[in-house]
Ligand binder design. Structure first.
Ligand SMILES: Nc1ncnc2c1ncn2[C@@H]1O[C@H](COP(=O)(O)OP(=O)(O)OP(=O)(O)O)[C@@H](O)[C@H]1O
Length: 250
């Protein structure tokens, strides 16, 4: 089956967001397919966070439509979208630092799937902690743990909600090389185990190229390119607009 014949989990059709005179995202159409790892990249201010906010319902589009599993969810609340299965993390972390790791993950489970039997909540918490290697920290106060562990807690909170699409906003920020490599391996493992799609916004270009099967490049709020990592790496427009500058630094 060709990629464009698959049924998309998420589809945007000409989605856009205007802030006064500024068009942050314009006429942007893309799909997220089941079980794929898709990267969304672009220079600062390209519109990545706005796109994340649009597909997770935190920002309403000023144009275009959003579909989840074929259903029109344009304008739906973040709660409705997360309960349908699109769960996200936030650039600056999703956890409450004064809560234990366990309680943070409980909040994630309840927020995404509503009231559950206590035993199923605890099962989901333990499963998420195990998946992210956090079992020994479950009763620690989250704010006392290292930055790397806090990043994993944010992913565990999202994972515990059993996502169909896991959207990660810069999960590698502030991690050293070893931590970043471990996190990449974990993300692959999560995709294989949970059978979810992953949408990754990340400035660490080496990691994006290693992990993602398909990459969408945004520039000035519009799609500049879409393709496999090797297609993106060799795309002249991308090199000019973005990668040339980034590769020179990596
Ligand atoms: N709430 C807002 N009000 C006004 N302008 C906004 C708002 N949010 C984003 N913008 C503008 O929209 C454009 C796209 O911003 P966005 O944060 O989506 O880009 P980005 O690619 O995520 O950038 P970065 O990599 O720096 O996080 C920028 O010009 C930004 O200033």
């Amino acid at each position: 089956m060709k990629s464009d014949e698959r049924v998309a989990l998420v589809r945007t059709e000409g989605i856009g967001r205007r802030y006064g005179g500024l068009q942050a995202v314009a006429d942007f159409s893309f799909d997220i397919f089941p079980e794929e790892i898709l990267g969304l990249i672009g220079p600062n201010g390209a519109g990545k966070s706005t796109t994340f906010n649009l597909i997770s319902g935190f920002v309403k589009p000023t144009s275009g439509r959003l579909f989840f599993e074929g259903k029109d969810v344009t304008g739906s609340s973040p709660t409705r979208i997360s309960r349908m299965g699109l769960v996200r993390t936030f650039q600056h972390g999703s956890l409450m630092k004064s809560l234990t790791v366990r309680d943070n993950i409980v909040v994630g489970v309840l927020g995404a799937v509503g009231l559950l039997h206590t035993r199923s909540v605890q099962n989901k918490v333990v499963d998420a902690a195990r998946m992210l290697g956090l079992e020994q920290y479950l009763d620690e106060v989250s704010g006392n743990l290292s930055h790397g562990i806090q990043r994993l807690i944010s992913i565990a909170i999202a994972y515990a909600a059993s996502p169909k699409v896991l959207c990660l906003d810069e999960p590698l920020t502030g991690l050293n090389q070893t931590e970043a490599t471990e996190t990449l391996n974990l993300l692959r493992h999560i995709r294989d185990n949970q059978k979810c799609a992953i949408l990754l916004v990340e400035h660490n270009m080496k990691a994006v190229m290693q992990l993602c099967e398909r990459i969408v490049v945004l520039h000035h709020g519009q799609m500049l390119a879409m393709g496999t990592p090797s297609q993106i790496r060799s795309n002249p427009a991308v090199i000019t607009a973005y990668l040339g500058e980034k590769h020179a630094r990596s």
